[in-house]
Write a protein that binds this ligand. Structure first.
Ligand code: ADP
Ligand code: MG
Length: 286
């Protein structure tokens, strides 16, 4: 297998069709539609509470949409349990939750790989030569993916010893280890400093350019995505208020209005807001 190149011949489009999501009394998503074209970086942006994470959770099978549907190629994602998504090529980074701090980078990413294996290579099966060979093959590929993400020198370190930015890369490595044709990232730059943010932006671009896969990127920060996204969908209070190229979206009066409103609201609650950010960046993963 060639270094850091996924053999994805056919990347399907993701189609989100008229998705509505109600939570007791709250309409988190209201008739939202858009399409992620194959091999593109598609950003979903909007102020806090706009419905970005809800949409992410609908696409990744964690929430059942109240109405509407999501298709990945010919697969109806809306009826699929989350654990089957890797099998059809949707890879999702799970922010901090799924990382085990005391486990090495390599082993964490190997766990992400687990969905692809015939099963059980981490257990007693290792004693069988066939299982050992399979394990070695997977490990070789996982090492390639880690090097691609700049984690090559950290393979044998416990994740808890890594910087916050490097821990986020381990998340991305785990998602890539399932060899997805679409990678889903929810606020990958949350809690990162400027240098780490630039680095993750470069990685996302590399994922598209080198692997040829699609990226569905959920971000709060409009400025960050403008530099790397091919296409942007903007949500506000659960509604799609804009959809187009970064240039089209940036100059859209509705978008400017929504963001100016959000900036004012955040300024009003500035203390709460910055406390949240600090908590997020200091969060330890165990
Ligand atoms: P964003 O990610 O854009 O900040 P969310 O998708 O997290 O926004 O939230 C959109 C709205 O849906 C908010 O009003 C939020 O309180 C509500 N919401 C999200 N998830 C749930 C849930 N599991 N139960 C109830 N309300 C929810
Ligand atoms: Mg969110």
């Amino acid at each position: 297998m060639s270094a850091a190149v996924t053999e994805v011949c056919d990347v399907p489009a993701l189609r989100v069709v008229s998705v509505t999501q109600h939570f007791s009394g709250v309409t988190a998503l209201d008739d939202v539609s858009f399409e992620v074209r194959p091999g593109t970086i598609h950003a979903l942006i909007g102020p806090n509470g706009a419905g970005k994470s809800t949409l992410f959770n609908v696409v990744s099978g964690l929430y059942r949409a109240t109405a509407g549907a999501v298709y990945f190629g010919e697969h109806a994602v809306t009826r699929m349990p989350p654990h089957q998504l890797a099998g059809i090529g949707i890879g999702r980074a799970f922010q901090n939750v799924a990382l085990s701090g005391h486990v090495t980078v390599l082993d964490n990413v190997m766990l992400g790989r687990h969905t692809l294996t015939s099963g059980g290579f981490l257990s007693a099966g290792l004693r069988l030569p066939k299982m050992r060979r399979e394990q070695a093959r997977h490990q070789g590929r996982v090492e390639e993916i880690c090097r691609f993400l700049g984690l090559g020198s950290h393979l044998h370190r416990p994740v808890s010893q890594l910087s916050y930015g490097d821990q986020k890369r381990v998340d991305v490595a785990r998602a890539l280890a399932t060899e997805p044709s679409m990678l889903m990232l929810d606020e990958p730059a949350a809690g990162m400093n400027d240098t780490e943010t630039d680095a993750i932006a470069a990685i996302i671009r590399d994922v598209r350019d080198t692997l040829g896969i699609s990226v569905l990127l959920v971000e709060h920060d409009m400025a960050l995505v403008m530099g790397i996204a091919d296409h942007v969908t903007v949500l506000d209070f659960g509604k799609r208020i804009a959809d187009g190229t970064p240039a089209q979206v940036r100059n859209d009066p509705e978008v400017i209005r929504a963001y100016l409103g959000a900036v004012a609201a955040e300024a009003a609650g500035a203390e709460d807001f910055s406390d949240h950010e600090a908590d997020a960046s200091n969060e330890e993963t165990n």
